[in-house]
Design a protein around this ligand. Structure first.
Ligand SMILES: *Cc1c(COP(=O)(O)O)cnc(C)c1O
Length: 169
């Protein structure tokens, strides 16, 4: 699957989402198989999943946590090579503050909600961020992302709508 998708989208980086134990298939088997096929970016939902998966990934792989950094978890992210997906201004503030306190750049992804209405910065938060980009100080922004509502239906009107919102952001 990874090779097929990577060949179809040569200018894109194809990542593997292996949360919920790779959707019940076994993340410790699936992630190394994806890595052997060339996958170098992986996503899980929670920090605990990332800590358990990290030893099974190649050293040059990126590992992202979709739920982002919750209060009290900052230290674990900073000590491992795990990148939080920041979902609201509060998470951005706490991660940026840790970067300032420890005087080093911390890797981050930022998620914008373009229609899934589950995770990610709202339009209002996106405006606030655009008006005050210093909120991202200390962060090494690796990725901006959004979650498609109906990606499995290529003709679904939501896809274009979400793409346009994302491009505008
Ligand atoms: C789970 C998840 C994905 C992967 O989505 P599927 O709909 O399961 O393909 C992508 N983005 C976010 C934010 C997620 O939580």
């Amino acid at each position: 699957n990874h090779r097929l998708l990577a060949a179809r989208a040569p200018s894109a980086q194809v990542a593997g989402v292996v949360k919920a134990d790779a959707y019940g298939l076994g993340a410790h088997q699936v992630a190394p198989a994806l890595a052997a096929a060339g996958c170098r970016s992986f996503f899980v939902a929670q920090l605990g999943e990332a800590l358990a998966l990290e030893p099974h990934l190649p050293a040059d792989a990126a590992l992202y946590v979709l739920n982002g950094v919750l209060p009290g978890e900052e230290r674990h992210y900073a000590e491992h090579r795990i990148t939080p997906v920041l979902n609201d201004l509060d998470q951005i503030a706490r991660w940026s503050e840790l970067a300032r306190r420890s005087a080093r750049k911390l890797p981050a992804a930022v998620h914008f909600d373009t229609g899934m209405s589950r995770l990610g910065l709202t339009d209002r938060e996106a405006d606030q961020l655009a008006g005050d980009p210093a909120r991202l100080d200390g962060l090494d922004l690796r990725l901006v992302m959004s979650h498609l509502v109906a990606s499995e239906e290529s003709d679904h009107p939501h896809n274009r709508l979400q793409f346009e919102r994302f491009a505008a952001l």
